[in-house]
Design a protein around this ligand. Sequence first.
Ligand code: SF4
Length: 362
Amino acid sequence: METTRHNWTREEILEIYNKPFMDLLYEAATLHRQNHDPNTVQVSTLLSIKTGGCSEDCGYCPQAARYHTNVEGNDLMSVSQVKAQAMRAKEAGSSRVCMGAAWRNVKDGQEFDDVLEMVRTINRLGLEVCCTLGMITENQAKRLAEAGLYAYNHNLDSSEEYYKEVISTRGYQDRLDTIENVRKTAVTVCSGGIIGMGESAEDRAGMLVALSTLNPQPESVPINALVPVEGTPMAEQKQVSIWEMVRMIATTRIVMPETQVRLSAGRTQMSREGQAMCFFAGANSIFAGDKLLTTPNPDVNEDMEMFKALGLNPQKPFVKKAQPQTVDAENSEYQSLGEKPRWTRPGHIIERNLAAQGKSKA
Ligand code: SF4
């Protein structure tokens, strides 16, 4: 029986989000068990292959060059460095390596060619490879697919309305267009967002409308709790409560029953009991490793202890979808087009972003 709907409305999702807690948990856990093995959790390792110095103004992000944070920037890592880290991740039990670069969008050229080589290398290690590199064109998506990419991450962050309160340098439609470019290939889509940025429950529901009405729905949806970082516009935001996090995870599970829901940033602030509740409510994927790009994350050993206490097993790679083939650079069907796409720059005023920028100049 088809359980996945693509016509959820904001009102319906809000009603689910606001249900009595126990009813919400029970409904989400039931759907979770119908669609997934409840004792298996997918473990990803996130590698920041190019850190900091980003031109964008995302209000939550310590990697934006315009905010005064303690993030140390790094140029693009080499293929051999990435290979060594991927091998360590595999040994520690990860089934996926996600490579993140602090770029607005992918530019054709040597750096992108290097990233393609990293994708080939990690795929050949027998791991799922994911990239989060900013906005990409159809040709770039095809080149990534050909290299053996398993998933592409591009978060919607929040509802379309609240997105305008967070970022002024790129538009929501560009994000949707990038997801559509990925969908033109066999690469799976990973897209989610962040709670705790000052948005309302309506905005959280709005983001879930945007994600759940995509057809097909994203194969992976990360739900992040904001980690407020000194120097960013959101440094003073109050941390979200575990109840809000569980509500968000459970609602995501109900409206996207087949998706892997990823309990992402913010786990260091959660107790093991809180995380166990998230797994019960439908989370079945986490990031491992002591850093999530630039913010702290629980140690791998701590996670494995938690898995043992809960009787959880890490998911093996390629159980949801077969391993993609890797085509060598010299046999590539898609060459670099040297594209210069016109992604938008809305450029509206976001007071708290400007205030944080001003502080950096002091
Ligand atoms: S979230 Fe990504 S695009 Fe936005 S500032 Fe950070 S690195 Fe740049």
